[in-house]
Design a protein around this ligand. Structure first.
Ligand code: DMJ
Length: 470
């Protein structure tokens, strides 16, 4: 936000007071996204060209702390499968009789932070451990390219075969895509693309996403959960704006109906889940609203942001902070403010109204909202998305704006309409992007999706989108 004095105070306080040499059993996934990600991101912000710190006061203390933490993570990966234990003691490593059950997101959402740690320290062990785990997880997918929600790290067997895009799985999808952006490895894109198409095919029902059995693709639970609301934000990065917009609207309706987002809403009964009526100040709707506004500049999304801010102030603000809601039907509060409220909810709302921090910058946000810069030196090779002639532009009033650079992953194998030798390249995000100034004006402009051969439609913002109905 530009408050460098406060940033410096925080950095120096952590340098002097933080230690990981404690006898504490921690959750690997949570500690990775919150603590390791926070330290790495802050280290990068402390050392980039913006000169946020008084010269000489910073000597990589946060990176040293991050490396210490990363080293303490490593024993959790010491399993026959390479899938990490969900819990580890920071001082003593994996405890005797530790549970061998973990989640898909627990094994598949480590690569951004651990990959970045390896790049910053030159020690490849962190990235290698996270990548091995991710690959093993991917090898456990079904023939439908679906994964379950929980699994055993010793046997590599699934425990829960039903899954969706919410709890226990969400950030797995997010990290496949963001790892592709951060590290430019085609492999990540390939995994993400297959996984994304499977989600759209088996979980999606109009604007809603239900759960399905990974073995059969048959629907299991018809529930809307607050964690699912991150999905439209991910779809914006992929370039699937119409699909993102339609789901986002449904989440907004639920927010309007209850005043905040209930944790679980039973779509088949049109009622709240009897024991999951809480709202722990989650960020997902604010996050998607931020991404949709960035992509479309449609002022309606700012109104949604205003709605969220007003609800937070009205129902959750207390002296000294903001309180989680125990029951959205009574708005009874509880004495708890999760760290993701500041790291994500407040951050995305702030950025929705003032994105000056992002201007001329190329960041990817981790699942906990920590910015990591997209650096060509971290890329295996420069992805097609960063080649200016592949960019898509759309018009807002008289201004030309660049669409999400990440939306333009090209499938080189496929070409469309080779009329007069003027070939258009089909893109996996459903935008024909060979024309430097592409904007679709009619549904015909959008053509047919390369993978499914379904016709695509043109959104109000000029993006081509694929609509899959089951
Ligand atoms: C955050 O800690 C992360 O976004 C995580 O991936 C799941 N959701 C919580 C906040 O709701």
């Amino acid at each position: 936000m530009g408050n460098n004095t406060e940033f410096e105070r925080g950095v120096l306080w952590l340098s002097e007071n933080l230690t990981f040499d404690v006898d504490a059993r921690i959750n690997l996934f949570e500690c990775n996204i919150r603590v390791l990600g926070g330290l790495i991101s802050a280290h990068i912000l402390a050392t980039d060209s913006a000169n946020r710190l008084v010269q000489g006061s910073y000597k990589n203390q946060l990176l040293t702390l991050a490396e210490d933490l990363g080293r303490r993570f490593l024993p959790s990966f010491d399993t026959p499968t390479g899938l990490p234990y969900a819990w580890i003691n920071l001082k003593h490593g994996v405890m005797e009789n530790e549970t061998t059950e973990t989640s898909t997101s627990g094994c598949g959402s480590l690569i951004l932070e651990m990959g970045a740690l390896s790049r910053l320290t030159g020690d490849p062990r962190y990235e290698a451990a996270a990548l091995r785990s991710l690959r093993k997880l991917w090898s456990m997918r079904s023939s439908l390219n679906l994964l379950g929600t929980t699994l055993d790290v010793i046997t590599g067997e699934w425990i829960e075969y039903s899954s969706g895009i919410g709890a226990g799985v969400d950030s797995f999808y997010e990290y496949l895509f963001k790892a592709f952006v951060l590290f430019g490895k085609e492999d990540y894109w390939r995994m993400f693309h297959s996984a994304y198409l499977a989600v759209q095919k088996y979980f999606r029902h109009g604007p809603w996403y239900h759960e399905a059995d990974m073995r059969t693709g048959k629907a299991t639970y018809w529930q809307l959960t607050s964690l699912q609301a991150f999905w439209p934000g991910l779809q914006v990065l992929v370039g699937d704006i119409p699909a993102a917009n339609s789901s986002h609207r449904e989440f907004v309706h639920v927010w309007e109906k209850f005043g905040v987002q209930p944790e679980r809403y039973l779509l088949d009964h049109q009622m709240l889940h009897p024991t999951e009526k809480y709202y722990p100040l989650r960020p997902e709707l604010a996050e998607s609203t931020f991404y949709l506004y960035q992509a479309t500049k449609d002022p309606w999304y700012m109104e949604v942001g205003e709605l969220i801010v007003n609800s937070l102030n009205l129902y959750t603000k207390v002296e000294g902070g903001f309180a989680s809601i125990r029951d959205v039907t009574t708005m009874q509060m509880e004495d708890h403010q999760h760290s993701f409220f500041l790291a994500e909810t407040c951050k995305y709302l702030y950025l929705l109204f003032d994105d000056s921090f992002l201007v001329d910058r190329n960041y990817i946000f981790t699942t906990e909202g920590h910015p990591l810069p997209v650096l060509s030196s971290w890329h295996e090779r420069l992805p097609e998305t960063y080649i200016p002639t592949n960019w898509t532009f759309f018009k807002v009033q008289t201004q030309r704006r660049k669409a999400s650079a990440m939306s333009l992953q090209v499938c080189p194998a496929t070409t469309l309409n080779p009329i007069h030798g003027d070939q258009q390249v089909e893109s996996a995000c459903h935008v024909p992007d060979a024309r430097s100034d592409h904007r679709c004006f009619s549904h015909d402009d959008c053509g047919v999706d390369a993978i499914s051969c379904r016709h695509r439609s043109c959104s109000i913002a000029g993006y081509c989108g694929l609509w899959l109905y089951i």
